[in-house]
Ligand binder design. Structure first.
Ligand code: PMP
Length: 435
């Protein structure tokens, strides 16, 4: 009997023993194509020797020095690299061990910022339905799934939710994508007015929706309007790029394609590519200045923040992504993936939508293509597709509750940035069989 408390208690998991490139091998000798990058984590694939060597060099020198005593060259170099390539205005990186911790830090920084500048009455967050921001209590409170939050209520953080960017279901037939984006932005502004924008700390959004919504892309102009609305109301814009960031959508940060910069941005997953448990909250100069001129510290911290080996892993991963021009491959293979998905599922009776950016693509499954009626949730289609895909040596990331947390199924694909055109074809072939 296993003494690990696994995610799903009734399930027997294969034992992963080795990884090479885009494949993972289990103890029974079966191989699986990692077409989900785990959960959009693995960007260089598995077993990259250069990353391993960089981590080994760091372990041999020093693996851990508590950040209340020391900084390290590797943490400094990683922050330099991240900030040199960050959206305008972001000036510092706060290191953590993963996505939820990055979101927690962002929420607390945002709150502390308003305390420092003398607006402590701001205590509300606005986020979007169907968003996923992590599983810790703060991140859960702002996340957009009522059923995930309900059993843990009352929560420490009060959040209000507006509509996600879900063109497939919510854009009206007589509406251009721009008009749809403007309507969503208007909803944000109306919500701020209803709550009293002087009570709101920030608007939190995944630039491209991920785990619980299936690669929902923003309509053109939406984020530009959101940025303008936040500025006008003195509300911070916090972008969660834990899943869609660090190259996944074809640019290093997904918000580059929107032409905006946030005040705070969370990154993780692809940042360390699965080699080190690491994430970061990128912080704008304005916030750091308020801390410096105010209490002089950020009232937060974890034992493992800035772990030197995790930093070495992330620095190596980011250096390789840049040196090898992998974002070009993300864009090219993303197009290839779109082509193959369109060819395979474009007229499939049970695929209603194909969406995403770069190597972050999803299909949404429907019982009836004409009416967009979802499958009965009791059928747990997403779980069946995952099983069928694994049986065919394919890892994909299906999820149920796509529409409202309860109904709807999608399958997310997020393969490593090193995939070839042939790999893409094989992935879509196997997915087609599984579906
Ligand atoms: N934010 C987003 C957008 C995510 O997709 C995730 C993880 N799926 C998280 C936060 C939480 O990250 P982690 O699981 O590393 O805590």
């Amino acid at each position: 009997m296993s003494h690990v408390l696994h995610r799903t208690l009734s399930h027997t998991y294969p034992v992963a023993v080795a990884g090479e490139g885009i494949r993972i091998r289990d103890a029974a000798g079966r191989t699986y194509i990692d077409a989900s990058g785990g959960a959009a984590v693995s960007c260089l694939g598995h077993g990259h020797s250069e990353v391993g060597e960089a981590m080994k060099r760091q372990i041999d020198a020093l693996s851990y020095a508590h950040t209340s005593f020391f900084t390290t060259d590797v943490a400094e170099a990683l922050a330099d690299h991240l900030i040199a390539h960050a959206p305008a205005g972001l000036s510092h990186a706060y290191f953590v061990s993963g996505g939820s911790e990055a979101v927690e830090a962002a929420l607390k920084m945002a709150r502390q910022y308003f305390v420092e500048i003398g607006e402590p009455q701001r205590r509300l967050f606005v986020a979007r339905r169907q968003s996923y921001h992590g599983n810790t209590l703060g991140a859960l409170a702002v996340g957009g799934n009522e059923w995930r939050r309900a059993q843990f209520a009352p929560l420490l953080v009060e959040a209000h939710h507006v509509s996600p960017t879900y063109a497939y279901r919510d854009q009206r037939e007589d509406e251009t994508p721009e008009a749809y984006g403007a309507r969503l932005a208007d909803e944000l502004e109306e919500t701020l007015a209803r709550l009293g924008s002087e009570n709101v700390i920030g608007f939190l959004a995944e630039t491209v929706g991920g785990a619980t919504s299936g690669a929902l892309t923003p309509p053109p102009g939406y984020f530009a309007r959101v940025r303008e609305i936040c500025d006008r109301h003195g509300v911070l814009l916090i972008l969660d790029e834990v899943m869609c960031g660090m190259g996944r959508t074809g640019t290093l940060h997904a918000c580059e394609q929107e032409g905006i910069s946030p005040d705070l941005m969370t990154i993780a997953k692809g940042m360390g590519g699965g080699y080190g448990p690491i994430g970061a909250t990128l912080v704008s100069d304005r916030i750091v200045r308020a801390f410096r001129e105010g209490s002089g510290l950020f009232q937060h911290g974890h034992t493992y923040l800035g772990h030197a080996v995790a930093c070495a892993a992330a620095l190596a991963v980011q250096t390789i992504v840049q040196r090898d021009g992998l974002l070009e491959n993300v864009r090219a293979m993303g197009e290839g993936l779109r082509e193959d998905l369109a060819a395979r599922f474009g007229s499939h009776p049970h695929v209603g939508d194909i969406r995403g950016r770069g190597l972050f693509q999803a299909i949404e499954l429907v019982a009836d293509r004409a009416t967009k009626e979802p499958f009965d949730p009791a059928r747990k289609l997403h779980a069946r597709i995952k099983r069928e895909a694994m049986a065919r040596g394919l890892m994909v990331y299906p999820m149920g509750g796509t529409i409202d947390g309860r109904r709807g199924d999608h399958v997310l694909l997020a393969p490593p940035y090193i995939v070839t055109r042939q790999d893409v074809t094989e992935i879509v072939d196997r997915l087609g069989e599984a579906v």
